[in-house]
Write a protein that binds this ligand. Structure first.
Ligand code: FES
Ligand code: FES
Length: 160
């Protein structure tokens, strides 16, 4: 199959590349853009480690081809903090509430939770658990993660 020209904006940087049609967005971000914060766990849509924002919506980068992202705006975990390096409320809450141990799943959680709280800024604990259900963590037992999401929601409400 012939390679295809694409243009995507990743974390506010424009990338133009000729890519194989079967290159996944996850492999494009990691291998071409060098953004290795997007982790690959299962590579078939189960674990959520590869979650990125595509035009603001949380998607699994292992299930999308780079060519399908042509013309889109993508935010990876590297684009979640402020340009000066200040952690986002979600990142700070994961740090403060022990939302990670080995950290492999963390980029996917941070991106998913960021999108989740944009859609539902004042979730119940049940909604938080449902919102996290698409991301798997092998380390934490989830208590710290749930606490972190609650704290991030509260801090974002407080800063409005
Ligand atoms: S690597 Fe994409 S969902 Fe697991
Ligand atoms: S912190 Fe290790 S897999 Fe989640």
């Amino acid at each position: 199959m012939t390679d295809v020209d694409i243009e995507v904006r990743v974390n506010d940087v424009v990338w133009r590349n000729r890519v194989p049609p079967r290159l996944t967005l996850a492999d494009y971000l990691r291998g071409v853009c060098g953004l290795t914060g997007t982790h690959l766990g299962c590579e078939h849509g189960v674990c959520g480690a590869c979650t990125v924002l595509l035009d603001g919506a949380a998607v699994r980068a292992c299930l999308i081809f780079a060519v399908q992202a042509d013309g889109a705006q993508i935010t990876t975990v590297e684009g979640i903090a402020s340009p000066d390096g200040a952690l986002s409320p979600v990142q700070a809450a994961f740090r403060d509430h022990h939302g990670l141990q080995c950290g492999f799943c963390t980029p996917g959680f941070i991106v998913s939770v960021t999108a989740f709280l944009q859609e539902n800024p004042d979730p119940t604990d049940t909604e938080i658990r449902e919102g996290l259900s698409g991301n798997l963590c092998r380390c934490t037992g989830y208590q710290g993660i749930v606490k972190a999401v609650r704290a991030a929601a509260d801090s974002m409400k407080g800063s409005e």
